[in-house]
Design a protein around this ligand. Structure first.
Ligand SMILES: [Zn+2]
Ligand SMILES: [Zn+2]
Length: 339
């Protein structure tokens, strides 16, 4: 089979490999749609993502949906031909965090398309991928597969909103109008948030947010647009930019919550005293836990709309080109690969 592996910064190559054989409790999935995530772009740009530094080439891709091609002997409830969305989390199930219900913090987490563990787990930028049966969710017949491949980032957004607790009736600031920021916006709309302001330097992202129902948008580089704002109950940092985090800390009200979901640089400087003297609560949000089925239902029922999120689709053979486009952004929200 063909697989695209990351060899280093901006170096993705086509490699031939044997088709993997599913174990007793696994299935062989043919990915049909795979989304390019912000973390994939990090890997592509730098050759690593945060503290995850690949030691050898591996295949990216953790936002995917596909068709079951083979089932392991012990698998129940899945059949060849089923269309499935895949939850890419494979926690150990036995560590302290797994046992306490926070499996997203698992000390031995295996995650598709990630160098976070050794050996690295190949992702779905491949013609086939072996997936534990428990990670597969059969799609309702009306759900387009490109939407199913958006469930993973939607779960990241849902989990981030969960960190803020009740959001109904509140006013919220989102720093960063990329896919995660936009999905947070859609979750908040579904959950009855009173007003949502989205901040992004990119005019396309601001326009996109307005079309998706944001109450207001601001350009963080135009100080007059956001200076004086200081009344948000909650702020989400979804850009990974230290300046955006600094803005979020200043626009949230005293005693407010700031949820960090963007991948920030390892080290940077901010005016940290504002956290203490305004008694802010900084809440990290990493991947997600226990929300995949909820996300599936919210989309299947139409409570959360995903229309318009995918702005470009590339063929499997054009994966390197798709990454280049994702890096340059150029008016794109989510880019997907169709196999
Ligand atoms: Zn992702
Ligand atoms: Zn664990």
């Amino acid at each position: 089979m063909k697989t695209f592996q990351l060899f280093g910064p901006k170096d993705i190559r086509l490699v031939e490999k044997a088709v993997p054989v599913p174990g007793a409790h696994e299935v062989l999935v043919r990915p049909v749609f795979t989304g390019i995530c912000g973390s994939d772009i990090h890997y592509f740009r730098h050759g690593y993502c945060g503290q995850y530094k690949p030691l050898y080439p591996f295949a990216l891709g953790h936002e995917f949906a596909g068709v079951v091609e083979r089932v392991g002997q012990q698998v129940q409830g899945l059949a060849v031909g089923d269309c499935v969305a895949v939850d890419p989390s494979m926690p150990c199930g036995t560590c302290h965090h797994c046992r306490s219900g926070q499996y997203n913090l698992c000390l031995s987490m295996r995650y598709f398309g990630s160098a976070s563990c050794h050996p690295h787990i190949d992702g779905s930028m491949s013609q086939f991928v072996v997936v534990p049966a428990v990670n597969c969710y059969v799609l309702p017949p009306q759900m387009p597969m490109e939407h199913a491949a958006l469930l993973e980032p939607l779960c990241v957004a849902l989990h981030a909103v969960r960190q803020a607790g009740h959001v109904s009736g509140k006013s919220v600031f989102i720093a960063g109008g990329g896919p995660i920021g936009q999905l947070i916006l859609r979750v908040l709309k579904a959950f009855g948030t009173y007003s949502i302001t989205v901040s992004d330097v990119d005019a396309f992202a601001r326009g996109f947010a307005l079309k998706s129902g944001a109450s207001a948008v601001v350009d963080p580089l135009v100080e007059s647009e956001w200076k004086g704002m200081a009344d948000f109950d909650v702020a989400f940092e979804a850009s990974g930019n230290p300046a955006a985090l600094s803005n979020a800390l200043h626009v949230v009200k005293r005693g407010g919550d700031v949820v960090l979901v963007g991948t920030l640089p390892e080290t940077f400087s901010i005016s940290g005293n504002v956290i203490m003297n305004r008694q802010l609560r900084l809440l990290g949000s990493f991947r997600f836990a226990h929300v995949f089925e909820e996300a599936l239902k919210l989309v299947a029922s139409g409570i959360i709309e995903l229309d318009g999120m995918v702005t470009a689709t590339f063929s499997f053979d054009d994966i390197p080109l798709a990454f280049q486009q994702a890096l340059e952004k150029n008016g794109h929200m989510k880019i997907q690969i169709a196999s």
